[in-house]
Design a binder for this molecule. Structure first.
Ligand code: FES
Length: 217
């Protein structure tokens, strides 16, 4: 095979140096599920839903953070990968209190629900403690913060930093106690937030919502 070509699901495709497997697959209109990915942001590799198999590698790799190299033989979907994705979604859902959120919360708010439906992953197989807690009482007229629905994909934190340069949203605690928050865990109106709404538009679960749209419904 010549340089800058990989095998993607049995088909030879060209790539530009630096392109990730996910970007190549998307260009080829090959579906790979994602949750922490937003094309405007640096790839983060947190949710692992975008994993693919590469021939010769023992474990699946995250396609959103793996750059293609010449000669790679990639499988984007097979029994093992699909089972892996379904299990991941089942674990995410075990943490997420509500899947039936109104699309009025944001454009992206249905992403998790659609994937759970697609993979039939809403079966309660995993149960236990749930992390995160809400900030529903945040006294601002624009942004609903409902962290009971948060899956810690960090898209809101990253869009605020990378697109807006605001750093109004951040993270506190670690591991199971990780919580999306603001500076000093205060209200948004007391933070550097400009209420641009970028965080709402990228949130894949409706944990962040547009209060104005919800008011007018
Ligand atoms: S989309 Fe690749 S790890 Fe989340």
């Amino acid at each position: 095979m010549t340089d800058n070509k990989i095998i993607l699901d049995g088909k030879e495709v060209s790539f530009t140096p630096g392109e990730t497997i996910y970007e190549i697959a998307t260009r080829q209109e090959t579906f790979i599920p994602t949750l922490c990915y937003d094309p405007r942001l640096k790839a983060f590799g947190a949710c692992r839903l975008c994993v693919v198999d590469i021939k010769g590698m023992k474990n699946p790799v995250a396609s959103c953070t793996t750059a293609a190299t010449a000669g790679m033989d990639v499988s984007t979907s097979n029994e093992r990968i699909e089972k892996f994705r379904k299990t991941l979604l089942e674990m995410v859902v075990s943490e997420n209190r509500e899947l039936e959120v109104t699309p009025l919360r944001s454009i992206a708010s249905q992403e998790l629900t659609l994937l759970v439906d697609k993979y039939d992953a809403h079966n309660g197989r995993f149960q236990g403690a749930q992390s995160g807690h809400s900030k529903l009482d945040d006294a601002n007229p624009f942004l609903l913060r409902d962290y009971d629905l948060c899956i810690s994909c960090y898209r809101c934190v990253r869009v605020c930093a990378e697109q807006e340069g605001d750093y109004a949203i951040s993270v506190m605690n670690r591991g199971f106690h990780t919580q999306i928050t603001t500076e000093f865990n205060g209200f948004l109106k007391d933070s550097a937030c400009t209420f641009c709404g970028q965080c709402v538009q990228t949130c894949p679960t409706g944990a962040l919502g547009d209060k104005k749209a919800l008011r007018n419904a």
